[in-house]
Design a protein around this ligand. Structure first.
Ligand code: PMP
Ligand code: GLN
Length: 430
């Protein structure tokens, strides 16, 4: 009986090859290894900003509008799309129509899903720049499209910042052809923490214009930029609004990954495609979180660009935590790639290879074996960056591990203790 069910109801072939997911795997690893310090998946282990959670608490207190617990407008709760249109209008210096040019989705994932599903089909090519967030590729494949990959490379030998990882523009240009429909640019980048500069974005934008290609600007870390760096929005560059869909997330802007509320904005003629995909899937997102986020975004609008802005303080806070953690990583003999934004630091463990014995680990890629071995033996867990590469390129990062440093000070102190223990046991000179 069950075999006839299995034969007829196995995983549909459109999902074949997509069974493995790095987040599912590492969340399960953490559940199984309770003594491990989890610096894997990106989220803080302390409370988010009080004014945002207080807004939600008030909404949920049964003293306010009862309709805030019911369905809201499909494409986004009115108060939130109004606030987002106003905020991004100010940031990219153009009028944004909240009704036709903004969409609220289930996390940034929802916006990415709606974009690929509504605009990509068989024969269409999507250029993805590695290392890139792992979900782009499965969604492009599900939509029937063809992912085409190019890698950022560390091009300045003695420069250990993520900004030294750059694209070969000639190699990029060679990937564009009449089937190319979309390029995804993730700035600031996960996992490297690279903030693309204006020149890089202009060159990519010029290729989009030349080849009539749309850019998905995944800018979920836009509010996580360290104070000395500038986040340039692709949609603000000359001639790019018309062909850019920008993706954002409250998970990163307000450190609320569990609220799973994201959004996208762009020109109405492109956004209407996403609206159809969104209404045909989840239809609408949860109302109370959207109302609370609207209140938080409204508060930010007059403060944008000032040191009183929550977003400015968030970038400065992340930089402070990054610097603390980087010292521990260096002390432990790793070579960090210093990020310019975000919550992650990638570190190279090649100099430590002689102290590592991965014979107990069975994963195919070296970085997976290292991440798991190091967590089991030395109790600090990071993410293997090959999850952010396509099959032929996974070995480009085999000596890297990504750690999340967006943790409370006690957690960073515990990381320092564990990393020092490893350094002392292995005679790694301070
Ligand atoms: N894009 C990037 C680059 C990410 O790192 C993430 C996850 N943090 C997402 C999209 C998905 O964001 P969300 O949790 O809002 O769906
Ligand atoms: N974006 C988060 C990270 O990079 C993880 C998101 C997820 O778990 N899917 O760590």
């Amino acid at each position: 009986m069950s075999s006839s069910i299995d034969a007829k109801f196995g995983l549909h072939k459109k999902y074949k090859g997509l069974e493995k997911n790095v987040w599912v795997e590492f969340v399960a690893f953490v559940a199984e290894h309770k003594d491990v310090l989890n610096l894997g998946q990106g989220f803080p282990d302390f409370h988010p900003a009080e004014h945002v959670t207080a807004a939600l608490a008030k909404i949920c207190s049964n003293s306010g509008d009862p309709l805030l617990h019911q369905y809201t407008r499909s494409y986004g709760h009115k108060r939130l799309v109004d606030a987002l249109a106003k905020m991004y209008g100010k940031l990219i210096n153009r009028e944004i129509n909240p009704m036709t040019e903004v969409l609220v989705t289930v996390g940034a994932y929802g916006s990415l899903f709606a974009t690929f599903m509504s605009m990509i089909g068989p024969g269409d090519e999507v250029i993805l720049i590695e290392p890139h967030y792992d979900c782009y590729r499965p969604i492009v494949l599900l939509a029937g499209g063809k992912p085409v990959h190019i890698s950022l490379k560390p091009t300045k030998p003695n420069d250990t910042t993520s900004g030294a990882w750059t694209l070969d523009m000639k190699e990029l240009e060679a990937l564009f052809n009449q089937n190319t429909k979309i390029i995804v640019v993730n700035t600031p980048n996960n996992p490297l923490g690279k903030v693309y500069n204006r020149k890089e974005l202009t060159e990519i934008g010029d290729l989009c214009k030349k080849h009539n290609v749309v850019c998905i600007a995944d800018e979920v870390y836009e509010m996580n930029v360290f104070p000395e760096y500038e986040h340039v929005r692709m949609a603000s560059l000359p001639g790019m609004w018309e062909r850019t869909i920008t993706v954002g997330s409250s998970g990163k802007a307000f450190s609320l990954t569990g609220w799973k509320t994201g959004w996208s904005y762009g020109p109405a003629n492109l956004m209407k495609n996403l609206f159809v995909a969104h209404q045909s899937c989840v239809y609408t997102c949860n109302t109370p979180c959207q109302e609370a986020l609207a209140i938080a975004v409204e508060k930010e609008i007059p403060l944008l660009g000032t040191k009183d802005s929550f977003f400015y303080q968030l970038g400065a806070d992340l930089k402070m935590r990054c610097d603390i953690f980087a010292k521990s990583v260096v002390r432990a003999g790793f070579v960090p790639i210093m990020p310019e934004a975000g919550a992650f630091l990638c570190a190279n463990w090649k100099p430590l290879e002689s102290k590592v014995d991965l014979s107990s680990e069975k994963d195919e890629y070296l970085d997976y074996r290292f991440a798991k071995w190091y967590a089991k033996k030395w109790k600090v867990l990071g993410i293997p960056p090959s999850a952010f590469y396509s099959e032929p390129h996974k070995r480009e990062c085999e000596y890297l591990i990504r750690f999340c440093f967006y943790k409370k000070e006690e957690t960073l102190a515990r990381a320092d203790d564990l990393l020092t223990k490893w350094a002392d046991a292995n005679n790694i000179a301070p």
